[in-house]
Every structure is written in structure tokens, then in C-alpha cells.
Ligand binder design. Structure first.
Ligand code: NI
Length: 198
């Protein structure tokens, strides 16, 4: 009886610690940043775009990269976020829109091939670029942006979910962090902020 209690207690503590850890990470990424000086996000990456072309961050110099990490099997968080991003893009003037490259980086490269990404991203916006890499490249780029993700489901099964943070990062034409938007930031709020910095 006592043993069952200890196991239950251990499980409870694990859940509490895991929850605090996640809340902390999400909070770390969330919200709209106003103080860019204190945040160091972004960095070089080497990935493949949805047309199958190898690209690096340097290919997007001169443009504002609007980056979101997610995966195409995502039931609702990614579709919501990408729709909001598309809403923001629609509110920009043609000149402003021309300066922006919306980028979706998959955290599930095992299922998200360039072909799968191609169908997915163009559904949201015709300017949207879908990037994927090896598992190692994905880890590296996510780490640079402090994006969190974790596979949730049975080992060896194809039916799994990816737990992931939901932040939209904006990187300036110089490759340096410009701002970021927390989860569910409305399209008009994003467009307003973008118009200030573009
Ligand atoms: Ni998602």
C-alpha cells in the first residue's frame, strides 16, 4: 500500500515539475517583445525548402524572415498560427509584403517532406516557404530560436503528435532578431507592429 502511494507521489511530482518547466519555457517565448536588446534569438541554419532546394539563412538576407516552427500533422495550433500570420500578411501594403518572407520550419522532418510542406504552406499563403532538415539540423535551428518541441506518442508508431512552442519570430534583413509574437497574436496586431519596423 505504501509503495503504491510512493509511486503515485513520484508521478505527481514528475507532472508538477514537467508542467512548471513547460510553462516557464512557453512564457520565455510568449508575449510580444518590446526590448530586443535583452533577447538573443536566431542564428544560422542550413535546411531544404519546399521545392527541394538547399537553403541557408543567408539566402533570405535583405528580407524580413517571419519564422514559425510547427508540423503539418498539427491538429490546431499550427493551422491557427499560420492563418493569423496570413491575416497579417494580407493587411500589409504590397511594398511592405515584398520585404517579408513567411517561413514555416517543420519540427517533424520524419513525416514533413518537402512535397508535404509544399502543399501545406501554399494553402496558407502563396509567399510562404516550408523548410525542413535532418533531425540534427532541426534540433540546431530550434535551439537557436529557443523553440521547444517534443514527440508525444508510442515509440515506433507513426501516429504521434509533436508538442511544440508557438511563437512567430521576426528576423531583420541583417539577419538579426527584430521582434517576436506570442501564440495567438491577432493578425491586425502583427501587421501593425510589422508596419512599424518594415
Ligand atoms: Ni502545431
Amino acid at each position: 500500500m505504501q509503495r503504491i502511494f510512493l509511486i503515485a507521489l513520484a508521478a505527481f511530482i514528475f507532472v508538477v515539475v514537467a508542467t512548471i518547466g513547460r510553462v516557464y519555457m512557453v512564457d520565455n517565448n510568449g508575449g510580444m517583445a518590446t526590448n530586443a536588446g535583452s533577447v538573443k534569438l536566431g542564428g544560422p541554419f542550413s535546411l531544404v525548402d519546399h521545392t527541394g532546394k538547399a537553403v541557408t539563412d543567408e539566402d533570405y538576407r535583405g528580407k524580413y524572415m517571419m519564422i514559425y516552427f510547427g508540423y503539418t500533422y498539427c491538429p490546431d495550433v499550427c493551422p491557427t498560427s499560420l492563418s493569423l500570420m496570413a491575416d497579417a500578411l494580407e493587411l500589409l501594403t504590397p511594398d511592405q509584403l515584398d520585404k517579408v518572407v513567411p517561413i514555416f520550419i517543420t519540427v517533424d522532418p520524419e513525416r514533413d517532406t518537402p512535397e508535404a510542406l509544399s502543399t501545406y504552406v501554399t494553402h496558407f499563403h502563396d509567399k510562404m516557404v516550408g523548410l525542413s532538415g535532418t533531425i540534427e539540423q532541426t534540433k540546431q535551428v530550434a535551439r537557436a530560436y529557443r523553440a521547444f518541441y517534443q514527440k508525444v506518442g508510442e515509440d515506433g508508431s507513426d501516429e504521434y503528435l509533436m508538442d511544440h512552442s508557438s511563437t512567430t519570430y521576426v528576423i531583420g534583413p541583417d539577419g538579426k532578431y527584430a521582434t517576436h509574437f506570442g501564440h495567438a497574436t491577432p493578425g491586425d496586431a502583427m501587421a501593425k507592429r510589422l508596419a512599424e519596423i518594415l
